[in-house]
Design a protein around this ligand. Sequence first.
Ligand SMILES: Nc1ncnc2c1ncn2[C@@H]1O[C@H](COP(=O)(O)OP(=O)(O)OP(=O)(O)O)[C@@H](O)[C@H]1O
Ligand SMILES: [Mg+2]
Length: 169
Amino acid sequence: MSPADRRSASSADQMRGLGAAIGRACSGGEVVVLNGDLGAGKTTLAQGLGRGLGIAEQVTSPTFVIARSHAHPSGGPDLVHVDAYRLGSLGEVEDLDLESDLATSVVVVEWGAGVVDGLSDRWALVTIARSPDPAVETRVVDLAWADVTWAHSPWAAPAAPDAAGGDAP
Ligand SMILES: Nc1ncnc2c1ncn2[C@@H]1O[C@H](COP(=O)(O)OP(=O)(O)OP(=O)(O)O)[C@@H](O)[C@H]1O
Ligand SMILES: [Mg+2]
């Protein structure tokens, strides 16, 4: 069984904090799959992940494009943000040619479960669950990972000193 961790996020800011911790733990070559229903907070987590990685520009929903690439401003790994919701077939995934990006990027895939299997041995899976009560904003966020070089959960790692302002989960 792969290692796993769980947190809850009671606001979008907390969700971004969980994503930022994952971003800080990534070094390039990781595939991070985000699962959760419509509006669960996948893009919100991806925004934090981009910030934790050091991406300067705003990460927005890639809904109207299938993949959007965000270059790292100072030589760190780029962020490739994919929305697999409308990807119908494995062929379309292959057309994105994610493998060639992967060496120098972190690839984050919304709705990616089952679609990007086999892309990398280094993966993390984030599953975001909403409460059945629509009035409850708190989400339960599960993280599982394999073959990434994380000695411990990114959520157990101390926040970087420059990450003050709500990044700590
Ligand atoms: N605890 C929370 N975690 C994350 N988002 C929250 C939370 N509470 C409220 N929100 C709000 O819920 C919305 C989540 O939208 P987001 O686009 O991140 O979801 P998504 O899973 O990417 O949706 P889609 O399936 O359409 O891609 C945002 O407006 C965000 O501010
Ligand atoms: Mg989204």
